[in-house]
Write a protein that binds this ligand. Structure first.
Ligand code: SF4
Length: 78
C-alpha cells in the first residue's frame, strides 16, 4: 500500500483524495491517511501531492519509517 508521511501534517492538501480511484484516503485530525487494505497500489496519488508526502510502502525514506505504522494504526487494522 501507499503511505502518507510527515509533509502532510497540518497541510492536508487533498489533491490525492481527488485522484484516488477507490476513495481509500481518509482525513485525520492533522493529516490524511491511506487505508492499507483498501489501497490498490495504483500510484495515482503520489505525483499529485504538492509536498511529496506520498510514498509506496517500500520507498518511504528511513527517517519517515514510523509513518508506515501510523497509516496502519489510524485504521486499527493490525
Ligand atoms: Fe488510492 Fe491509488 Fe494512492 Fe492507493 S495508490 S491511495 S489506491 S490513489
Amino acid at each position: 500500500a501507499y503511505v502518507i508521511a510527515e509533509p502532510c501534517i497540518d497541510l492536508k492538501d487533498k489533491a490525492c483524495v481527488e485522484e484516488c480511484p477507490v476513495d481509500c484516503i481518509y482525513e485525520g485530525r492533522r493529516a490524511l491517511y491511506i487505508h492499507p487494505d483498501e489501497c490498490v497500489d495504483c500510484g495515482a496519488c503520489e505525483p499529485v501531492c504538492p509536498v511529496e508526502a506520498v510514498f509506496y510502502e517500500d520507498d518511504v525514506p528511513p527517517h519517515w519509517q514510523p509513518y508506515r505504522q501510523a497509516n496502519v494504526e489510524f485504521f486499527d487494522v493490525l
